[in-house]
Design a protein around this ligand. Structure first.
Ligand SMILES: Cc1ncc(COP(=O)(O)O)c(C=O)c1O
Length: 377
């Protein structure tokens, strides 16, 4: 059996080696390392793929979120509602911009922000909602967009974990996650479903004016060379990363299918397990591109199972072990533990198994067999 890895970037590289090596060589020979033609071409390729009018590449997914909030003109003191159960980048940028993060609980099945909790958290100061399509499953965007419309709020989708996901809206339309709200942000961190070989990110919007504003912000607030109209940042996707992404984008759907196939094998193996709840696919939002394959291990058995996996050399992740409202950087007297029953329970139950495009049946059999044997003895 091949060595089991949480993420197998080497195996994936083997399949696109020639393309990536040739593209890298071209960038190096052209020496257009910053804003070279690959960056513009990738931007267009991604606009076509996502069916979105504007893609603005940037340096990483955290910047993408920050720049999205800057582009919307959010001001210190504005409240931004987001999920308590997510990677810290989402809340970090809210705090960095001196906006007020308002963390709310998530749904027990999808792990995504709970629309009812959003409604309860809205105040006159609320300006935006940031749903995160966690682990590759779309948040309930129909409900979120409706709340946003009723209260005149912006929706910034954190699509870092769900690129390529389809969302089947109640309107009958199938939309790409990240291209549904007013603005979307993504990460091309190497382990993401569409990852480069370093850091990278992008912002998406169908609003041309907003796109124009953001193109200046990513480039030191310049709309004309050396004229700095707004305070900006320096956040660029470099040409080598764009070259990798151009090679990988045409394969994104195939990669996501490979993840789904692995997830289905896991699901089938665990279907009768008393102590395991497999990832749910939620009604109309039947998208899941399995950035992570995350189980709930019930009846207090998660930590013992984690220890056993470690002993057996099977990699796993606990995403995330601490609710954001309990993290030192984000504690706030406004929060009440009783408002986070789902997140507080999830952090004790979740366990993510190896998930990538190169998993084979033998590896999955070994992982599922080891887990089942442990839980049933
Ligand atoms: C949900 C979420 N948001 C934002 C980010 C930030 O992306 P990056 O690491 O590219 O800054 C990540 C990546 O880890 C993420 O998982």
């Amino acid at each position: 059996m091949r060595k089991i890895q949480m993420v197998d970037l080497k195996g994936q590289y083997e399949g696109i080696k020639d393309q990536v090596n040739t593209a890298f060589k071209e960038v190096i020979e052209n020496t257009a390392f910053i804003n070279g033609p690959e960056v513009q071409q990738f931007q267009k390729d991604l606009e076509d793929y996502l069916q979105v009018k504007n893609v603005i590449p940037c340096a990483n997914g955290t910047d993408a979120l920050q720049i999205a909030m800057m582009g919307l003109g959010l001001k210190p003191g504005d409240e931004v509602i987001t999920a308590d159960f997510t990677f810290a980048a989402t809340v970090e940028v809210i705090a960095l911009l001196q906006l007020t993060p308002v963390l709310v609980d998530v749904e027990p099945d999808s792990f995504n922000i709970d629309p009812d909790a959003i409604k309860k958290a809205i105040t006159p100061k609320t300006k935006a909602i940031v749903p995160v399509h966690l682990f590759g499953q779309a948040a309930n965007m129909d409900a979120i967009m409706q709340i946003a419309e009723e209260h005149n709020l912006y929706v910034i989708e954190d699509n870092a974990q769900a690129i390529g996901g389809n969302y089947h809206s109640k309107s009958g339309k199938t939309l790409k996650t990240g291209a549904i709200g007013h603005i979307g942000a993504t990460s091309f961190f190497p382990s993401k479903n569409l990852g480069c070989y370093g850091d990278g990110g992008a912002i998406f919007t169908n609003d041309d004016q907003l796109a124009h504003t953001i193109r200046g912000i990513v480039n030191h607030g310049m709309y004309e060379r050396y004229h700095h109209d707004v305070v900006g940042v320096n956040s660029r996707l470099d040409s080598l990363q764009a070259a990798v992404l151009r090679a990988k984008l045409p394969k994104l759907d195939i990669y996501n299918e490979a993840r789904k196939k692995a997830a289905n094998l896991y699901n089938a193996a665990f279907q009768d397990e008393l102590h395991i709840e497999t990832p749910h696919r939620i009604g109309d939002c039947d998208t899941h591109v399995y950035h992570q394959y995350t189980l709930k291990i019930k009846n207090g058995k998660r930590d013992a199972l984690a220890k056993h996996l470690q002993e057996k050399g099977i990699p796993f992740g606990i995403y995330y072990p601490i609710p954001l409202h309990q993290q030192k950087a984000y504690v706030d007297s406004r929060y009440n533990e009783a408002d986070f029953p789902v997140t507080n329970k999830l952090v004790q139950e979740v366990l993510s198994l190896p998930m990538h495009t190169e998993l084979d049946n033998e590896q999955i059999d070994y992982i599922t067999g080891t887990i089942k044997e442990f839980l049933n003895t």
